[in-house]
Ligand binder design. Structure first.
Ligand code: FE2
Ligand code: FE2
Length: 377
C-alpha cells in the first residue's frame, strides 16, 4: 500500500523547517510527500509571492530530495478544504494511505476543520513538534502520530527578515530557492514601480530586469550575495533618465567628491548619483550594494566580487544588442569574472580612444588593479 504524505501551507517562502518535516515523513514510512501550497488568501499582503511563485519555490526545494514533489493539488478550484484534497487523492491513488502533515500548533483546530469527521476517516495526521506546543495531545476521532524531529525553529518571517537585511538566508533557504527569490525580486520593495515613477522608460526597465537576472546568476556561480546583487541591479540605472544638470545638483546636494571628468559626463556620473539616491532617498544602507551601484560604469581599484558581478551583468545582460566581444564576455563571465570585467574595460577603452575621446582614469586604474590580480591568481 502506497503511503502519501501531504504537507500543505502558504510556503511564502518554503524554508528548511518545511523540508525537514517532509524528510521526517519520508524517513517514517511515507513513500512520497507532496509539498502543496494553498490558495492565496483574499487579504494577501502585497509583498507576498504569487501562488505560481510559491509552487515554483516548492519545485526547486523538492528537486534535491527524491520522494519530495511539489503539487498544485491545493491550488485547484475543487480543493477548497483539506477534505476535498484528501478525497481527490483517494480517487487518484485508490487504496493509498494518506497522511496529512500538520504542525502541533494546529492540533487544537482540527475538530473545526471542514467536515472533520469525514476527514478523520479518510486520513491520518502526522504531527510536527513546534516550540512551546504540546505535540502529544489527542483529538477525538483523529489518528495522530508524532514525527520524531526537533521542534521547528525556522519560519517564513525569519527568512523575510534575513532577506531584508540583504542576506541569502543560507541556513533557512535551499540555495536554488534563494536564487529564485533574488532573481524575481520577491519580498523586496516594488523597485520596478519606483523606477517607473522616476521616469524610467520601458526599454531601460527591461534592461534593468535583464541585469538583475544576469547578476543573480553570476552571484550564485561566483559566491557573491544574490540578494545584494538583485537589489544593486534594480537600482543601478535609477539616475540614468536624469539630465546631466540634475545629476550634478544631486552630486552637490549629497557632497559627492568626484573628479571633474566624472562630474561633466552623464555616463560616468549616473552610477555615483544612483548610489547617493539609493542611500539617502531609499534608505539602502548597505555599503556593498552602494559600492556596486556607484562603480557599475567606471569600475574602481579594489573591486569586490559584487562590484564585478554588477559591472559585467550590465554589459552582457540578455537584452543587449550584439557588439564586438559580447559573446566572448558572456562565455568568460561564467567561469572567470575578473577576466570578463577586464575584457569589457579593454573593449570600452578601444572604442573610446577610437572615437578620439579621453578614457576614464578611474577605469584605467581599475584595469591595472585587475590585471595585477589576474597575474597573481
Ligand atoms: Fe548604467
Ligand atoms: Fe545599465
Amino acid at each position: 500500500m502506497q503511503t502519501i504524505g501531504v504537507l500543505g501551507g502558504m510556503f511564502d517562502p518554503i524554508h528548511t523547517g518545511h523540508i525537514r518535516a517532509a524528510l521526517a515523513a519520508l524517513d517514517n514510512g511515507a513513500d512520497r510527500v507532496l509539498l502543496a501550497p494553498c490558495q492565496t488568501p483574499a487579504h494577501r499582503p502585497s509583498a507576498a509571492a504569487s501562488a505560481q511563485q510559491r509552487l515554483d519555490m516548492c519545485r526547486l526545494a523538492a528537486q534535491a530530495h527524491p520522494g519530495l514533489e511539489a503539487s498544485d493539488i491545493e491550488l485547484r478550484e475543487e480543493t477548497c478544504y483539506a477534505v476535498d484534497t484528501v478525497r481527490l487523492l483517494k480517487r487518484q491513488y485508490p487504496g493509498a494511505r494518506i497522511c496529512w502533515i500538520v504542525g502541533a500548533d494546529k492540533l487544537a483546530t482540527l475538530p473545526h476543520w471542514h467536515k472533520a469527521g469525514e476527514l478523520f476517516s479518510l486520513c491520518e495526521f502526522w504531527v510536527c513538534p513546534r516550540p512551546g506546543e504540546d505535540a502529544h495531545g489527542s483529538v477525538p476521532g483523529a489518528q495522530l502520530r508524532v514525527l520524531p524531529l526537533p521542534p521547528m525553529q525556522a519560519s517564513s518571517g525569519m527568512v523575510i527578515s534575513a532577506l531584508h537585511a540583504f542576506s541569502d538566508a543560507e541556513t533557512l533557504l535551499p540555495h536554488d530557492v534563494a536564487r529564485y527569490i533574488a532573481a524575481n525580486g520577491l519580498y523586496q520593495p516594488d523597485y520596478a514601480a519606483f523606477l517607473a515613477a522616476r521616469g524610467m522608460s520601458e526599454s531601460r526597465l527591461a534592461h534593468t530586469l535583464g541585469v538583475r537576472e544576469t547578476a543573480v546568476a553570476l552571484a550564485s556561480w561566483h559566491g557573491a550575495c544574490m540578494q545584494r546583487a538583485s537589489v544593486a541591479a534594480m537600482l543601478h540605472d535609477l539616475a540614468k533618465p536624469l539630465p546631466l544638470s540634475e545629476m550634478q545638483k544631486i552630486a552637490r546636494k549629497y557632497a559627492l567628491t568626484l573628479p571633474d571628468d566624472m562630474l561633466q559626463d552623464a555616463n560616468l556620473l549616473h552610477g555615483p548619483v544612483a548610489a547617493a539616491i539609493a542611500q539617502h532617498e531609499m534608505n539602502v544602507q548597505d555599503a556593498e550594494i552602494l559600492s556596486a551601484i556607484a562603480c557599475h560604469t567606471t569600475g574602481k581599484p579594489g573591486m569586490s566580487t559584487l562590484d564585478q558581478v554588477l559591472f559585467i551583468a550590465d554589459a552582457i545582460e540578455p537584452n543587449r544588442r550584439d557588439y564586438p566581444g559580447l559573446s566572448e564576455m558572456r562565455a568568460l563571465a561564467a567561469h572567470n569574472l575578473k577576466g570578463a570585467v577586464l575584457l569589457s574595460m579593454q573593449r570600452t577603452r578601444e572604442y573610446v580612444l577610437s572615437q578620439g575621446h579621453r578614457f576614464c582614469p578611474l577605469t584605467e586604474s581599475a584595469m591595472l588593479d585587475l590585471a595585477n590580480k589576474e597575474e597573481l591568481s
